[in-house]
Design a protein around this ligand. Structure first.
Ligand code: ADP
Length: 294
């Protein structure tokens, strides 16, 4: 089982002529309400890849529909607390140039309690993994408790907050970062410097570093792998990283080699970037198998 302690957001997406100005009231051209959040996306990707994933988080008790959406793609939602706090959400304006302007309210995502976390970790068994991002509260607590129970911990520190992430790394088995997160973490200005610095600064950590259309690097004591991305016509890279994480972890969990697992992740995220949207753009395992057979 993979226990993903992560955010669940409602993304309110408005197509607008221009970003609303101070004092202005403006009608939007369209509106969509979508399930989002890195946590929910990664759980969905894990489930679509075929993994046994239990999502741990919190939403407002009225928002049963979004839980159903997660459940419908195969995510176990029994450990999502239904509480009296607004569900985390984002108000997203998209203008004519496809730029966005976002207000984020963390809401229930920041209402995890130590009691909830302890209750979940008490159920976990040897060999189970814990997955974390930086979109909930108590991330350091979860990592430390998981480690003390000898569970494996994978951590995608997104959005990066060096003050939270750095002290945590002792409790982590697998760190998953994109280029920007890696550069922030090792405090350098270029991707090349980050690639150099990651294995030097964290010699005891397994690190997956995603490089967008350039593919993926993997570092672990004495191992340095590079797996290229697949060449596709990218439309929208939203959720590419989340898709990569879900499919790679699912493959690792099922016993594939790290190189084979990364290849699964690259194939799934290559499909994802050819589609518009977040959750809706994540493929399932059959689609990935077909993609890889060509
Ligand atoms: P994030 O979405 O977190 O910023 P990346 O941009 O590094 O993460 O993308 C994650 C993975 O998705 C990459 O390692 C790659 O395999 C795949 N990917 C991203 N962009 C493209 C692209 N334009 N073409 C093919 N694959 C891509």
């Amino acid at each position: 089982t993979i226990y993903n302690f992560g955010s669940i957001n409602l993304d309110h997406v408005y197509q607008v002529d221009h970003f609303v100005r101070p004092g202005e009231t403006m009608a939007s051209e369209s509106y969509q309400c979508l399930l989002g959040g890195k946590g929910a996306n990664q759980s969905a990707a894990l489930a679509k890849a075929g993994a046994d994933v239990r999502h741990v988080g919190a939403v407002h008790s009225v928002d049963k529909l979004i839980l159903k959406q997660l459940k419908d793609v195969g995510v176990n939602i029994e450990l999502v607390a239904q509480i009296d706090m607004p569900t985390g959400h984002a108000i997203i304006q998209i203008n004519k140039n496809a730029e966005n302007s976002i207000i984020l309210y963390q809401g229930a995502n920041h209402c995890l309690t130590e009691e909830q976390i302890d209750g979940v970790l008490d159920q976990a068994a040897e060999g189970d993994w814990v997955l974390l991002q930086n979109e909930t509260n108590l991330v350091p607590y979860i990592a430390k408790q998981a480690k003390s129970k000898s569970l494996k911990v994978a951590y995608n520190p997104a959005p990066m907050d060096v003050s939270i992430t750095k002290p945590l790394l002792d409790s982590i088995d697998l760190l998953i970062v994109n280029e920007v997160e890696a550069m922030d973490l090792v405090a350098v200005d270029s991707v090349n410097e980050a690639v150099e610095a990651m294995p030097k600064q964290f010699p005891n950590l397994a690190v997956l570093m995603t490089l967008g259309s350039d593919g993926v690097r993997y570092f672990e004591e004495g191992t340095d792998l590079y797996v290229p991305a697949f060449t596709v016509e990218a439309q929208d890279t939203t959720a590419a990283g989340d898709t990569f994480i879900g499919f790679t972890m699912s493959a690792m969990f099922s016993g594939l080699s790290i190189e084979e697992s990364i290849k699964q992740g690259c194939a799934a995220s290559a499909i994802c970037v050819t589609r518009i949207g977040a959750l809706a753009s994540i493929p399932n395992s059959d689609e990935v198998a077909v993609f890889l057979s060509h």
